[in-house]
Design a protein around this ligand. Structure first.
Ligand code: TTP
Ligand code: MG
Length: 385
């Protein structure tokens, strides 16, 4: 039996909330974000995006690109309220709602036809409800799995609705640039480009051999499957994301401390970027190590200064856990994971008082932008070089 998965994402979320409060902002370029000297763009309205302004860009750059925009500091409290309202609406339509960030969720709508009619009809109902109750428009992608639903909602934006079925999935995915596939970052896209692979159709049709040599067997297999639109992961009903993590399995097991430390730094940055996007702070950091004999250890620490969202705070905690784990057992490692949990809305009080914490956040956010545009290898902090 086929599944019906919705991916719902609000359009220019922070801007849309500001507009619902002040309709004079409609139709004008609007930019929400930090207005101080080190401020970063949270989001830009579609009018401002035309000038090249985008999330995580330094505010100073946005001001040069689009000086006539309306600049707003924003209020996270308002966004949280609307976010909760939004998730509650989705739960009226299915018990299987999986929030992935403040303005984005998957819904498993399989078997909902009896109640709400065919998928396009229920999607239209949801869009109308969201817009009527919150004043914010949503885009919905409908697909036979999460992957296709997510790509579809992205392609439908703004205020869009796009239905992709098993029959149309191949034709839909094939012409898209590889970067549209979740999980293909700038670095993978570059490696694929060197093989002459620009689109998902080309990727899906590439023989496994050359791809394995370029990307390693594990990533190659996974990309081939995903480029063909295959994804069996379930929608996991929950109220909020409880933890955020990233892990990597090596093609060759390693006990090289410097190499493993570098990986921990990268994973910490990936986790940090997701955490900042979710608008949250984390109270605890977890490190997972799987040794070559498949035995797995998980170590967790709670941060003394309270919840954080900067890369340095996360990577330093993860490194302390790593050193402690190595003292206990120094053997070849096949998998490393870094995670954060104890997610809260606010930063810890001590971390607010700590001079370096706001700086860690600001520097991390600036690095998010650069990595997003030029690839993860484009910037390293001093210590990492
Ligand atoms: P997104 O859904 O990524 O972006 P968006 O809703 O502004 O625009 P789109 O129509 O493309 O979906 O993020 C949701 C909100 O999260 C966004 O409004 C602001 C916040 N955010 C940040 O604060 N920093 C970031 O780097 C990103 C990507 C988002
Ligand atoms: Mg959005």
């Amino acid at each position: 039996m086929g599944r019906t998965i919705f991916h719902v994402d609000l359009d220019a979320f922070f801007v849309a909330v500001e507009r619902s409060l002040d309709p004079s902002l409609n139709g004008r370029p609007v930019i929400v974000g930090g207005l101080g000297p080190r401020g970063v763009v949270s989001t830009a309205s579609y009018e401002a995006r035309k000038y090249g302004v985008h999330s995580a860009m330094p505010m100073a750059v946005a001001r040069r690109l689009c000086p006539h925009a309306v600049y707003i500091r924003g209020s996270h409290e308002r966004y949280r309220t609307v976010s909760r309202q939004f998730m509650a609406i989705l739960r009226d339509y299915s018990p299987a709602v999986e929030p992935v960030s403040v303005d984005e969720a998957y819904i498993d709508m399989t078997g909902s036809e009896r109640l709400y009619g065919p998928p396009e009809q229920s999607a239209r109902l949801i869009k109308e409800r969201v817009s009527a109750d919150t004043g914010v428009t949503a885009s919905i992608g409908i697909g036979p799995n999460r992957l296709i639903a997510k790509v579809a909602s992205g392609e439908s934006k703004p205020d869009g609705l796009l239905l992709i079925t098993d029959d149309t999935a191949t034709a839909f995915l094939a012409p898209l640039p590889v970067r549209k596939l979740p999980g293909i970052g700038p670095r993978a896209a570059e490696a694929l480009g060197r093989l002459g692979i620009e689109t998902l159709g080309q990727l899906a049709g590439t023989p496994a051999g050359p791809l394995r040599r370029a990307l390693g067997p594990r990533q190659a297999e996974s990309l081939l499957r995903r480029a063909a639109g295959v994804d069996n992961s379930p929608v996991e009903a929950r109220t909020e994301a409880k933890s955020i993590s990233a892990e990597t399995t090596f093609d060759h097991d390693s006990s090289d401390r410097a190499h493993l430390s570098g990986i921990i730094l990268e994973l910490s940055q990936r986790v940090g970027a997701k955490l900042r996007k979710s608008g949250k702070h984390a109270a605890s950091v977890t490190l997972k190590l799987r040794y070559s004999d498949f035995s797995t250890v998980t170590r967790q620490t709670t941060l003394h200064g309270g919840p954080v969202n900067g890369d340095t705070a996360i990577s330093e905690a993860a490194m302390r856990l790593f050193e402690a784990a190595l003292r206990q057992r120094h053997a070849p490692v096949r998998l490393i994971g870094v995670g954060v949990s104890g997610l809260t809305e606010e930063a810890g009080q001590l971390s607010m008082l700590n001079e370096s914490a706001p700086n860690d956040t600001a520097v991390s956010m600036a690095m998010d932008t650069i990595r997003d545009r030029f690839g993860p290898a484009s910037i390293r902090r001093g210590r990492q070089a």
